[in-house]
Design a protein around this ligand. Structure first.
Ligand code: NAD
Length: 470
């Protein structure tokens, strides 16, 4: 067997395939492709039992064509330099696709969170932040981390607090990290943003008869059979929004195993079962699968890998039965597997586009932190009053009362409404930009390649207009 291809190589293969469809100079393409800076840290932390452990962590800033650079921090034993470089590169292309004005970055700490107490995790996170500050790898205008696999609002709050402590008087310091709790400068709608964005992307694809027909599917989400791998932040919320729209969850995979029920699995009941028993297995009415990964091969309409990279490989790709693979995780399909899925006529909605909802709402949070005011705070009441006057006028002119409660009309948008609206618009707009790019190319590439072409074109234009310093 040929040697394992690293995730960074996988990303670059996709880049090279797309780059061939552009007419940019090779030297410009090389600059876009390269990872600009990587910082490998090792630092000690004191464990609760008094022993000292050396922690390894990385931060990669793939591109500085726009600043700050932006990308999550993951806590996982699988983290390594190659992986953070690959994920940082994906962030560059993702931000370009959804017109979020950031370069791509990613960070990782090589630990399994469950092996550490909350106190130990706090010490690791705060020390990591110090190391990033020391080398100028964090700051509201420099590099802005966010949650990723194994991290969440709690870790982001520790990062923000440490940064603020060490940068006293820096007015915009809260913008040094996103995905914070709302009480710490976070934004409503960030937690579910990636999953909600994935849902919008799937909904756009499923709304197109010309895409659904060749797959033998009708349009719409309702009744579609779904399998989700990973019931974490992203996976849970995708499953939630799809279920809410009438899809049927027929399989769920977690690290401890997988369950299936062709008749449907009630998401909230499964989550409650896992909370109670510590596992999704033995869920009433559902069958356990021998191996967690077997869930990827279940008969379904839409497969949503929402856990980790390299899950669909050349080995299992031939057995994938889904009609659509919706890449909620980063890099879940290897380059070779992508080719196999394309040959099988499976529609792959690529990660670079599909999970961009997280960074989109992180961008909104960053704007909120820099403007020091909650979205909607100034105009909500004024908008509600204007809509109320409009409703009065309609009633007066028609001589009829508008149906339903008055609040349906006389309502202003608050932060959660505005975030959901901005996210929906972004995901719809980008989906159609990718489709237009796909249609405009003679090669009629798959959606991933079209997304890369679009991202490359946007970044190339930026470099051309920027010029090169000095
Ligand atoms: P998370 O830690 O909240 O959830 C990951 C889940 O996957 C966990 O429940 C974990 O137990 C499960 N898992 C781990 N190994 C598994 C396996 N082998 N099989 C099945 N399940 C397994 O992480 P997340 O934030 O939901 O991130 C998931 C993916 O989405 C990652 O690839 C991440 O890079 C990507 N992503 C996350 C965000 C975000 O905003 N959180 C944004 C964009 C992309």
């Amino acid at each position: 067997m040929a040697g394992k291809i690293s995730l960074y190589d996988q990303v670059n293969r996709s880049f090279d395939k797309a780059a061939e469809l552009t007419d940019h100079h090779p030297s410009l393409l090389a600059q876009i492709r390269e990872c600009n800076a990587v910082y490998h840290m090792s630092f000690p932390i004191k464990r609760d039992d008094g022993t000292i452990e050396t922690i390894h962590a990385w931060r990669a800033e793939h591109s500085h064509h726009k600043l700050p650079s932006k990308g999550g921090i993951r806590y996982s034993l699988l983290v390594n330099e190659d992986e953070v470089m690959a994920l940082a590169a994906l962030m560059t292309y993702k931000c370009a696709l959804v017109d979020v004005p950031f370069g791509g970055a990613k960070g990782g700490v090589k630990i399994a969170s469950h092996n550490y107490s909350p106190g130990e995790l706090e010490r690791i996170t705060r020390r990591l932040t110090c190391e990033l500050i020391r080398k100028n790898f964090i700051g509201p205008g420099i590099d802005v981390p966010a949650p990723d696999f194994g991290t969440g609002p709690r870790e982001m709050a520790w990062i923000a607090d440490t940064y603020q402590t060490l940068s006293a008087g820096e007015l915009n310091s809260l913008g040094c990290v996103t995905g914070k709790p709302i009480s710490q400068g976070g934004i409503r709608g960030r937690i579910e943003a990636t999953g909600r964005g994935v849902f919008f992307g799937i909904r756009e694809a499923c709304g197109l008869a010309e895409e659904m027909k060749p797959l033998g599917l009708t349009t719409g989400i309702e009744g579609k059979k779904i399998v989700v791998q990973g019931l974490g932040n992203v996976g849970y919320h995708v499953a939630h929004f799809l279920e809410e729209a009438g899809a049927v969850l027929v399989g769920i995979a977690e690290y401890e195993g997988a369950v299936q029920n062709p008749g449907g699995i009630d998401l909230e009941a499964l989550v409650a079962h896992r909370k109670e028993t510590g596992s999704i297995l033995n869920f009433p009415g559902a069958a356990n699968l021998a191996e967690s990964k077997d869930a990827l091969e279940l008969d379904c309409d839409i497969l949503v890998p929402a856990a980790l990279e390299n899950q669909i490989t050349r080995e299992n790709a031939p057995r994938i039965r889904a009609k659509i693979v919706a890449e909620a995780a980063n890099g879940p399909t290897t380059f070779k597997a992508g080719e196999i899925l394309a040959e099988k006529g499976i529609l792959v909605i690529p990660d670079t586009y599909l999970n961009a909802g997280g960074v989109t709402v992180s961008y909104f949070e960053w704007i909120k932190n820099l403007s020091h005011v909650r979205f909607g705070r100034l105009e909500k009441r004024s908008m509600a009053a204007a809509m109320g006057r409009m409703a009065d006028a309609v009633e007066e002119i028609t001589g009829k009362r508008l149906p339903g409660q008055r609040e349906m009309y006389a309502r202003g948008a608050g932060e959660a409404d505005l975030v959901a609206s901005g996210l929906e618009d972004t995901m719809i707009e980008s989906f159609h930009q990718v489709r237009e790019t796909q249609k405009s190319l003679d090669a009629k590439p798959d959606m991933r390649t079209a997304a890369y072409v679009l991202a490359i074109n946007k970044i190339a234009l930026c470099y051309q207009e920027l010029g090169i310093f000095p």
